[in-house]
Design a protein around this ligand. Structure first.
Ligand code: DC
Length: 234
């Protein structure tokens, strides 16, 4: 059996990281982990409980009350986010959460809380995790790192279509300003800002199909496995 590795997929908001990560995990028989879902679930808890996240004491106390885990859903065929025994997979995709999540994700205590759990999930390798700091901070020694990007117009269009299906009241301007705001906050925060790891491979999917990007990623996995095998046999 091929040696299991850790694959990290980072990049800008809405450039198809989770689509690629899910397909890759399915093809390889790996576990897919959506690290952004954890920041979204924490944001949901803070909003519901009126936590003032500028107050360190309130944040520390709130984090102590949060239990996060992923549960595989046989019907949707995907791992879903569970916050304190409640399935929040769908509520956390709301624009109300998207508007606040980058602020919450910039809090050092929140990042420490999430990163620790993410690292634990990769202990046995065989995972594909997507996010913003997975290749730089969570798994700096991951065997394969991909950094995704796409033109902003294409990203807005894709996210708008996705959100419009759930909420026909959403406007393209709202989606665009949310994406730009998140990209700005995510890449300018002090703790582990979004950036391409030096050893990450850039994947711009503006002009390629989902099939082409999956083929590209599988080729990278095969090359990496061959390289690791050579190193083992040396
Ligand atoms: O991938 P996503 O859009 O669901 O992520 C939601 C937000 O969470 C994103 O704007 C930034 C933050 N995030 C992060 O800071 N670090 C990660 N590893 C994943 C997400």
């Amino acid at each position: 059996m091929a040696q299991k590795i850790i694959i990290t997929i980072d990049g800008w908001s809405s450039c198809g990281k989770s689509t690629l990560a899910k397909q890759l995990a399915k093809t390889l028989g790996y576990v897919y982990i959506d690290s952004g879902a954890m920041y979204r679930a924490i944001t949901l808890f803070f909003l519901r409980n009126h936590i003032d996240w500028t107050d360190k004491v309130q944040v520390k106390d709130a984090l102590g009350q949060i239990n996060l885990h992923f549960e595989y859903n046989e019907k949707s065929l995907q791992s879903e986010m569970i916050l304190n025994d409640e399935n929040v997979e769908y509520v956390i995709r709301d624009l109300v959460i998207a508007e606040k999540v980058s602020d919450v994700a910039a809090i050092p205590a929140v990042r420490k809380f999430a990163v620790k759990q993410q690292q634990q999930m990769g202990k046995h390798k065989g995972i594909v995790m997507d996010g913003r700091d997975i290749g730089t901070t969570v798994f700096p020694d991951a065997e394969l790192k991909i950094f995704m990007t796409a033109d902003i117009a294409v990203r807005v269009e894709r996210r708008f279509k996705e959100m419009f299906e759930k909420n026909p009241n959403v406007s393209i301007e709202e989606v665009k300003s949310n994406l730009e705001m998140r990209d700005y906050i995510d890449s300018n925060r002090e703790v582990s800002p979004l950036r391409q790891a030096e050893d990450a491979i850039l994947l711009d999917n503006t002009h390629i199909t989902m099939e082409q990007q999956l083929a590209f990623a599988i080729k990278l996995v095969k090359e990496k496995r061959a390289e690791l095998k050579l190193m083992q046999n040396a």
